[in-house]
Design a protein around this ligand. Structure first.
Ligand code: PLP
Length: 247
């Protein structure tokens, strides 16, 4: 992919997001979903091209790759307002690297009390950061064993743990990856239905308005459908940056 193709891909996805928004049910909040451009495995030149075309939110799911890209001198110089989303599985021994990322905006994959506590403590030690670290709860909505995320029935407890015990974290939403290759002709994606239900029960239990928690769901193959179902944060890689070769 060339820089020009990436900018074109980005514009195309933004346009499709707009159109999908118009198909949303009326009761869904009218906010414009955030597009996270998932740049994993892709070179920094393409990130810079998307940034210079006006894009700000980027997602990475390997810690070392996020560390390398976020500390790259050219990215630091040319992408001063970049917002990094960490969207991969996070091991507790890598937390210190993630909280030290310049421009870290949101960790979408908190899935246990222990990980939340480790992030909370690590963030408190980062004197250069202002405010709390935004996090999302990753929920394993498809109950596939190889998938990360907390089981749907543990989400309320984990959300309470973050809200009550982790003063340096701000719980902003829930995230799911969902089953790969779901056939939409079978009806609305059950992972998205499940995440919405989990969000409702968390909001009920914590006494929050539902609009207080975001839904991060939808990738290249299904982001329009996810938006129609209420997604506020879509994570799109290959439709912007082209296909990835496996690591
Ligand atoms: C890679 C990845 C994406 C983007 O996938 P595409 O199908 O390329 O859009 C989204 N979310 C997560 C968690 C990912 O790891």
């Amino acid at each position: 992919m060339s820089e020009a193709e990436v900018v074109k891909g980005l514009r195309g996805v933004l346009e499709r997001i707009q159109i999908a928004c118009q198909r949303r049910a009326l009761e869904l909040p009218k906010i414009q979903p955030r597009l996270v451009a998932v740049s994993k495995t892709k070179p920094k030149e393409l990130i810079i091209a998307a940034y210079e075309a006006g894009h700000r939110n980027f997602g990475e799911n390997y810690v070392q790759e996020l560390v390398d890209k976020s500390h790259d001198s050219e990215i630091l110089e040319r992408c001063k307002d970049i917002k990094w989303h960490y969207i991969g599985h996070l091991q507790r021994n890598k937390v210190n690297k993630v909280v030290a990322v310049p421009g870290i905006f949101l960790v979408e994959t908190v899935d246990s009390d222990k990980l939340a506590t480790t992030l909370d403590t690590a963030w408190a030690k980062q004197v250069e950061h202002k405010g709390r670290l935004k996090v999302m709860l990753q929920v394993n909505t498809s109950a596939e064993e190889e998938k990360n995320g907390c089981p749907p029935e543990s989400a309320v407890e984990l959300a309470k743990h973050i809200r009550e015990r982790c003063n340096n974290l701000e719980l902003v939403g829930l995230m799911t990856i969902g089953k790969f290759g779901y056939d939409l002709s079978q009806g609305p994606n059950p992972d998205f239905i499940c995440l919405k239900k989990v969000r409702d029960s968390v909001c009920d239990a914590l006494g929050l308005d539902c609009s207080a928690l975001e839904l991060s769901m939808g990738m290249s193959d299904d982001f329009e459908h996810a938006i129609e179902m209420g997604s506020t944060n879509v994570r799109v890689g290959s439709s912007i940056f082209g296909h990835r070769t496996k690591k």
